[in-house]
Design a protein. Structure first.
Length: 169
């Protein structure tokens, strides 16, 4: 259990780092679309941090984890979808692409960490919690990848999306 709690504390740090990075990137960018994406990602990372911290405290205190303790936002990947409905990218990409490429690495690191932590526990609720974190972080990663494509070439992005609806892909 100590090894697992240590993994959770490491996860807290990963989420805090992501939160800080997204806030910093939000402040630096002039692109309204990227600014909103970074803001939403920062908000979700703090939700993850708070829930991970709560789970770690409960395990340290020997308390049982229930289904209600492991619920997350459930937004997993809907960050980009909500942004694309609400605004258009009308500004040049600039350094936003670099920031998003780094954000991809942060999300990939989180996914790998949570998958590794899943190997260190047998508690089914904790496993479900970690699986939810993986799903949400994979959603963040999809949102970031879509954002890169969209910021680089909005027309090509829309064309690809429209084609996938007709093809059923």
């Amino acid at each position: 259990m100590d090894k697992f709690v240590k993994l959770l504390h490491e996860a807290e740090t990963i989420e805090q780092d992501g939160h800080r990075y997204y806030l910093n990137s939000m402040d630096k960018t002039e692109n309204k679309f990227a600014k909103e994406l970074f803001k939403k990602l920062a908000e979700e990372e703090i939700v993850h941090y708070n829930r991970i911290k709560q789970i770690a405290e409960m395990l340290t205190e020997g308390r049982k984890i229930s289904k209600s303790d492991i619920q997350l936002s459930g937004k997993s990947g809907k960050v980009f979808d909500s942004l694309i409905r609400d605004m258009k990218s009308d500004q040049p990409a600039g350094s936003e692409i670099e920031a998003l490429e780094f954000a991809k690495k942060l999300e990939e690191k989180s996914i790998a960490h949570y998958k590794n932590a899943m190997k260190a526990t047998i508690d089914t609720n904790v496993l479900e919690f970690l699986a939810q974190l993986v799903i949400e972080e994979e959603g963040h990663l999809r949102s970031i990848k879509d954002s890169i494509e969209y910021i680089e070439d909005p027309q090509a992005w829309f064309s690809r999306k429209e084609r996938s609806h007709f093809d059923g892909a």
